[in-house]
Design a protein around this ligand. Structure first.
Ligand code: NAD
Ligand code: 13P
Length: 320
C-alpha cells in the first residue's frame, strides 16, 4: 500500500528543481504515490484555490517559497492539512516580530502544529536542474526516521543529502549566508579583488557562527563544515543572485534601488538577502549585539544608504 504522498508548495527557481528531485524519486519508491502536486503562485489570482488542492491528501509537504510569503501561506493552510503530515522547509530566512526572531521552520511548526525539518546547502537551482553534482544538509529536531525519509525522497546520485540533528544551525547557516553574499557582491562591484572577497567570507563565517550560537547555544561547530555551512557560503558568494544584485548596486555607487535591480536582473526570482539583512539587524538591535557583528551591521547600513558600498572593508571589521 502506498503510504506517502508528497506535495511541493512553491514553484520558483529552486521550487521547480526541488519538485523534480522529489518526483523523480517518488516514482521509483513503492511506499510513495507517483503523483506530486506543486502549488504555483498565481500572480493574477492571489487567492486561487490551488493551494488547498495541492496539499489535499498529501502527508509530506515541502515548503519552498521566498521567505516573506510563508506566513500568509501557512495561514491559508490552517485546518486544511492531514493530521499525520510531515514537513520540510527549503526556505532561507527568518521572520522578526516584536517578541524576537522566529526561524521559518518554527513559524511553520507554530502555525500548523507539525514538526518541520529543513534542507539547506550549496544548491544553485540552475546547476541542479542540469543534474550537476551537489550536496545538501537536512536538519532535524528529534525524529531521525522522518529525516531519513526526506533523505530518501530528495537524494539522487547527483544530489547527495545527509542529515544532522542540529536544525537551528542548519537553518541559520542558510539564512545568514545571504547577508554575507550581499557583502561579497559589494566587493565584486567595487572590483576589490579575490583576497578581499575571501576576507569577507572569513569574517562572515565567524559572524554566522557567533550569531547562531548566541541565538541557540546548542548549535554544533561541525554544522558549519556541512554543505549548509561553508559550502553554501562559498557558492552564494561566487555565483548567487544576492551577490549579483549587490554587485550592480555597488557599481551604481548605491544610486540604484535594490528593488529596481531585482526586477532587472533576476527574471522573477526574489532577492532575499537585503530583507534578511534588515531582519538580522533588527535582532542585533533588540539584543544589543551590534558591536559583536560589524559585518552584518555594515551591510545593513550600506543597504539602507547610510554609508557607501566602499565602507564594506572599513578597518573595524578586521579587529575581531
Ligand atoms: P524564487 O526567488 O524564484 O521565487 C519567485 C516565486 O515566488 C515565483 O514563483 C513567484 O510566483 C512567487 N511569488 C511571488 N509573489 C508571491 C506571493 N505573494 N506569494 C507566494 N509566492 C509568490 O524562489 P526560489 O528560488 O524557489 O526560492 C525559494 C527559497 O529557496 C528561498 O528562500 C531561497 O532563498 C531558497 N533557495 C533558492 C535557491 C536558488 O537557487 N534559487 C537555492 C537554494 C535555496
Ligand atoms: P542566492 O540566494 O544568492 O541566489 O543563492 C542561492 C542559494 O541559496 C544557493 O544555495
Amino acid at each position: 500500500k502506498k503510504k506517502h504522498k508528497a506535495a511541493v508548495i512553491g514553484s520558483g527557481n529552486w521550487g521547480s528543481v526541488a519538485a523534480k528531485l522529489v518526483a523523480s524519486n517518488t516514482l521509483n519508491l513503492d511506499s510513495f504515490h507517483d503523483e506530486v502536486r506543486m502549488w504555483v503562485f498565481e500572480e493574477t489570482l492571489p487567492n486561487d484555490p490551488d493551494l488547498e488542492h495541492a496539499v489535499e491528501d498529501a502527508n509530506m509537504l515541502v515548503f519552498v517559497t521566498p521567505h516573506q510569503f510563508i506566513e500568509g501561506i501557512c495561514k491559508r493552510l490552517v485546518g486544511k492539512i492531514k493530521g499525520d503530515v510531515e514537513e520540510i522547509s527549503l526556505i532561507k530566512g527568518m521572520e522578526v516580530k516584536t517578541g524576537g526572531p522566529c526561524m521559518i521552520s518554527s513559524l511553520i511548526n507554530k502555525q500548523l502544529g507539525v514538526n518541520c525539518c529543513v534542507l539547506m546547502g550549496a544548491n544553485i537551482g540552475d546547476e541542479i536542474a542540469m543534474e550537476k553534482f551537489s550536496e545538501a544538509t537536512i536538519g532535524y529536531r528529534e525524529d531521525k526516521e522522518v529525516a531519513q525519509r526526506w533523505v530518501q525522497i530528495f537524494g539522487t546520485p547527483y544530489f547527495r543529502v545527509s542529515a544532522v540533528s542540529c536544525i537551528e544551525g542548519v537553518e541559520l547557516c542558510g539564512t545568514l549566508k545571504n547577508v554575507v553574499a550581499i557583502a561579497a557582491g559589494f566587493v565584486d562591484g567595487l572590483e576589490m579583488g579575490n583576497n578581499a572577497k575571501a576576507a569577507i567570507m572569513r569574517i562572515g563565517l565567524n559572524e554566522m557562527k557567533a550569531f547562531s550560537k548566541l541565538m541557540f547555544p546548542s548549535v554544533c561547530d561541525n554544522t558549519f563544515l556541512e554543505s549548509c555551512g561553508i559550502a553554501d557560503l562559498i557558492i552564494t558568494c561566487l555565483g548567487g543572485s544576492n551577490r549579483k544584485v549587490a554587485d550592480a548596486f555597488a557599481r551604481s555607487g548605491g544610486k540604484r534601488s535594490f528593488h529596481e535591480l531585482e526586477t532587472e536582473l533576476l527574471q522573477g526570482q526574489k532577492l532575499q538577502g537585503v530583507k534578511t539583512t534588515g531582519e538580522v539587524y533588527e535582532v542585533l538591535c533588540q539584543r544589543e549585539w551590534q558591536q559583536s557583528f560589524p559585518l552584518f551591521q555594515t551591510v545593513h547600513v550600506i543597504c539602507t544608504g547610510h554609508l557607501p558600498p566602499s565602507a564594506i572593508t572599513q578597518q573595524r571589521l578586521y579587529e575581531n
